[in-house]
Write a protein that binds this ligand. Structure first.
Ligand code: ME8
Length: 663
């Protein structure tokens, strides 16, 4: 029987459902995804989990405001979180919802174990509570603000079940000492150790003032207090009471933001110690992404959204920026300017340019095949050594969660290759046998370096490296490549290059930022006119309009209504594709009185060049709007054909004058 691989279990926090993911949540989830891919490439059996934290007062209030039952409210929110993660390629192996029955059972089971072992008792508690952060504020007096969010705390007195946290001061301190890597980074560890040394108070773990929570069996109206409920999700995700069967618990790393480190390094191990269950191996607390020096938060309204960035620059670009620009563990400022600068310099000019140059030279000189290298010169060996050394260095850095430094090393190899090409100038060599042989050595060396870089960068840039992998003629699954077997010299001569696919088209900074911001604005303040993904409707429609499936005959309208729509004959002057919007073409259209810029959702069916000069029907009095961040001033009319709604532009069989009105 094959031996079971060593396991690695990674978690992200389970996120609150009172809003949608911003860059901060995306950061933690991206890091988890990078680790998941990396550990697989190191031969581990990996499970990564995320999920939603769905109980508590905030949800009760939000559901009431939305006038829907709590269960429906959280179901919608959980769907939205899950589908955004899917869209961004951040699909976890398990997605836990705290309203899942399996989770409910796990929480009740954990409570029973803690109670049976004598660590739970009933008492009364009065304290200042922040309902936004779901936490009592220790030592706060009535009227004091919450130190985290600054909003007023509320005085709460109630009968609670208490957890004897005070009994765990010494066991926790011993544990931190025995496992010095449990809390990362080191600075956070010192903080937690002094907090625990300062003494621990018992903790209220049930509430009677909240309805929307997991019931304490036989003790209604007690429901579990959020942290006892939420933290247990890590165990529910991998089997709950039957965790041994699945073999994934304990977690190898809980990834969290520094805001919730105390819950993870004090409460959580104490609960598990009380229940005599295995403890997680590590809690890694990263810093915050700040916007204008303040923590990004939904309540402050200073959030950056991931989707517009992914739409404009690609998800790989966002992943790269998040990991490259900030030292993992420290706070970092988010700026679109820095994002786009990195994109152009490191991705478009760096990796993208090296891949396209190499492919073009191989195409031209070796009919699109990897050549057999001629005799090596010392400079080839120097580059080879640099790439080979980078392998060990990058793995070490990934292992230490030094993502920025790992990428820095990979990019130093890319820079060395650029320099090598500039010095060796393969394009200046002629066609004599010696020169051909030298060319082969140079281009094989460059392609081999590109292969190494591709494998090393894969955990961070999964999509673009997969394209480069196929470009290099590799037929294996890149994500299954084992990093431990990666060596210089494994690129087989004779392989035929795959199709070149654009990786990171250069973008103009101001325009890119404007479009990202505009898309974010559309997402935060949706208007019916601003359809996020234009798709043709199921009947005659305007290309570029939102899909409105026609299920019943349209309501009859009078001529007055019809005459409100001003349609004119237009002639397309220019047409181009839009970076970051696969379905849209940007057109300029002469409508007689002026030239208009109009976006049309026809890019998958019409080549831009084929449209120049074509006469089309244009709705000219439609309010201007932005599609994928590009201004569109009017709408081109098209029929929508077949099940996939292929747009067919409406046109004229006789010559018509530009600007003529359609009636
Ligand atoms: O705390 N910068 O959920 P939450 C970096 N449900 N990371 C950030 C961030 C920022 N500006 N904002 C949020 C909860 N995060 C609880 C957790 S776990 C058992 C229960 C990330 O929706 C970071 O990982 O407030 C932080 O810890 C988490 O989102 C908080 O998410």
């Amino acid at each position: 029987m094959a031996e079971r691989k060593e396991k690695f279990y990674i978690t992200t926090p389970i996120y609150y459902t009172n809003g949608l993911p911003h860059i901060g949540h995306t950061y933690t989830t991206v890091v988890a995804d990078v680790l998941r891919r990396y550990k697989k490439m190191r031969g581990y059996e990996v499970v990564m989990t995320t999920g939603t934290d769905e109980h508590g007062v905030n949800v009760e209030r939000a559901a009431k405001k939305a006038d829907i039952p709590e269960s429906e409210f959280v179901a919608r929110m959980a769907d939205a979180w899950r589908s955004l993660w899917d869209e961004l390629g951040l699909t976890a192996d398990e997605f836990v919802r705290t309203t899942d029955l399996s989770h409910v059972r796990t929480v009740q089971w954990l409570f029973k174990l803690c109670k049976e072992n004598g660590y739970v008792y009933k008492g009364h508690y009065t304290g200042q509570y922040c309902i936004y952060d779901n936490a009592y504020v220790n030592d706060a007096k009535p009227g004091d603000p919450c130190p985290d969010c600054g909003r007023p705390t509320e005085t709460v007195t109630e009968e609670n079940y208490f957890f004897k946290l005070s009994a765990f001061q010494k066991p926790l301190l011993d544990f931190y000492q025995k496992f010095p890597n449990f809390i990362q980074p080191e600075t956070r560890k010192n903080e937690i150790v002094s907090f625990v040394e300062g003494g621990l108070k018992d903790l209220s773990i049930t509430r009677t003032t909240i309805r929307w929570g997991i019931p304490v069996p036989g003790e209604e109206p007690h429901v579990f207090y959020v942290w006892f409920d939420a933290l247990t999700a890590y165990l529910s995700a991998v089997g709950g009471p039957e965790f041994e069967k699945r073999g994934m618990w304990p977690a190898d790393v809980h990834l969290v933001g520094k805001d919730i480190i105390r819950f993870h390094t004090v409460y959580w191990p104490a609960f598990l110690m009380a229940a005599m269950l295995p403890l997680p191996k590590q809690v890694w607390a990263h810093g915050w992404f700040l916007m204008d020096a303040a923590k990004m938060s939904k309540s402050k309204g200073n959030v950056v959204l991931p989707r517009p960035i992914a739409n404009m620059l690609g998800m790989d670009a966002l992943r790269y920026f998040l990991l490259r620009d900030v030292v993992f563990g420290q706070d970092g400022n988010f700026s679109y300017d820095a994002l786009v600068t990195r994109y152009n310099s490191d991705l478009a000019n760096g990796l993208g340019n090296l891949a396209s140059r190499t492919a073009a030279m191989l195409e031209k000189n070796f009919a699109g095949k990897i050549p057999k290298p001629g005799p090596r010169l010392p400079q080839d060996d120097t580059l080879a050594k640099e790439a080979q050394n980078a392998i060990g260095e990058v793995l070490e850095r990934y292992d230490k969660f030094e993502f920025a430094r790992a990428l820095e090393t990979v990019w130093s190899v890319i820079a060395a290759a650029d320099k090598y090409l500039t010095t060796e100038q393969p394009w200046a060599l002629g066609t004599s046998p010696d020169e051909e042989s030298r060319k082969a050595a140079i281009l094989w060396t460059t392609a081999e370096l590109l292969r190494i870089v591709t494998v090393l960068a894969h955990p961070v840039l999964p999509d673009s490296t997969t394209k480069v992998w196929h470009l290099l003629g590799q037929s294996t699954l890149l994500g299954a490549t084992q990093l431990d077997g990666l060596r210089w010299g494994q690129l087989t001569p004779g392989l035929t290059l795959g199709k070149f696919q654009a990786l990171f088209p250069r973008v103009e900074k101001t325009e890119a930022i404007e479009r990202i911001e505009s898309m974010a604005n559309e997402e935060l303040n949706p208007t019916p006119a601003a359809a996020p993904t234009p798709a043709p409707a199921a009947s005659t429609s305007a290309a570029g309009a939102a899909a409105v499936p026609v299920t019943a005959p349209a309501e009859k309208i009078g001529i007055d209504d019809f005459s409100k729509v001003e349609m004119r004959v237009g002639q397309i002057k220019t047409a181009e594709r839009i970076v970051g919007a696969d379905k849209l073409l940007k057109l300029t259209v002469d409508i007689g009185s002026e030239i208009r810029q109009i976006c049309a959702g026809i890019a998958q069916f019409y080549e831009p060049e084929s449209l120049i000069g074509r006469k089309v029907a244009v709705v000219v009095n439609l309010a201007p709007r932005k599609l994928r961040g590009v201004e569109s001033n009017g709408m081109i009319v098209a029929a929508s054909v077949g099940p996939e709604g292929r747009p067919v532009l409406a046109g004229f069989h006789e010559d018509v004058e530009v600007g003529a009105r359609l009636k």
